[in-house]
Design a protein around this ligand. Sequence first.
Ligand code: 4AD
Ligand code: MG
Length: 449
Amino acid sequence: MTIKDLFTIQKKNEITEGLKLELKGWIVSNRGNEKIRFLTLNDGSSISNLQIVAKGKDIENYSVSNISLGTSVIVSGNIHLTPSAQQPFELVLESLTIINTVDEDFPIQKKETSLEFLREIPHLRNKTNLFKCIMLIRNSLSFEIHKYFQEHNFLYMASPIITSNDGEGAGETLLVDDESKDYFFKQKAFLGVTGQLHAEAYAQSFKKVYTFGPTFRAENSHTSRHLAEFWMIEPEVAFYKLKDIIFLADDLLKTSIRNTIKNFGAEMNYLDSLNPGLLDNLNKFLDNTLTIIEYKDVVEKLKNYTEHFIEKDIHFGMDLASEHEKFLSEQIIKGPVAVINYPKDIKAFYMYQNDDNKTVAAFDLLVPGIGELIGGSQREERYQKLLDRMNELHIPTNPLQWYLDLRRFGYAPTSGFGIGFERLVMYVTGIANIRDVIPFPRVAGQIKM
Ligand code: 4AD
Ligand code: MG
């Protein structure tokens, strides 16, 4: 039984006085005197701790007074219900085994330490309350996303991590190999920037597929929302158009967030206490219909607020900067918003070209605090249009002939999107820097461990 289980059965009034338990975990605090001591134990199942009471001779027998924060222990005892106390139950100690003590230079201490300091010790920061919360929420979101897709008949497929394609055509690939003789593949090979193109191939037989894997981009942006290695969730659905895929994105997000808030109440409340309004804003998103707005209308709206921007030249054709995306969702829409039909010149080669010859059937989902959370589109289904666009953009067609060929063999047009998983974790936890929502962040110029 875990500490999370104990709190769950207590809420259902199913916990009993005298319940005998053995628990393994780490000591979080230790206070009291020589007659009575209160230890708190965490076992990683929740940020909720179990209070352990040691009395009289046991304190001496088990050297309880000397146990410091971080010590790993095995404890056993009996549950005592304390309905009028701050914690609804405690464990009355029967025996305690110290597995490993903590050296004096242990950098995690009871007082809160800065996120910058913790970034220097990614192998230890998971022992803080905050990182336990973030990683439990991250895990829940990942579980809920898989669950959603499995319950909606999607095939989970593994797009390759090493690939010979630059799937976005943006030239931001990290190189694995080149044409030289001594290397492994003896041809150009990259770490994948997206699993989309391979997922498109699979959508041509399974109809609804998704990938959920690591992606890699050599973006030289030192921002709070870019990583060189990040995880992306990419569904691809045959016979879906732009509006269908936006509906899917909205429903997937709302379902995963709603279930995470429900199942990780202690963690979400803790995060909300550090960042008041977090839960209110998430609930507002859950309770409201998603706003969908045309890119051209966004441009007109933003023109009224140029005094708020560093980039003041707002015009049709511009790529929205993060400041514009955030302003739109935070100040104008006041919540998440899907922007659709972007100019084709600022979007990827594979997107469906609209009849106006200027825009593509794409959408970005923008959220407060972050900006772009999702990018997606209906895919160009016409062989010749796709080929012409690749040529216009000087994208080598040879490595992507297979992708073009999909359009010749019973092709059913598809649509899909990519959720930046770390950005989703930022949105749900309210954490401002993407380096703090992934266990071991990799960014330009820095790779620890
Ligand atoms: O908008 P992007 O580039 O879209 C694609 O990769 C498409 N192939 C997806 C698809 O249609 N299947 O990236 C998708 C999302 C972005 O919206 C953003 O949330 C995240 O991935 N992302 C990053 N997250 C962290 N660090 C980076 N360097 C990121 N680049 C993109
Ligand atoms: Mg994008």
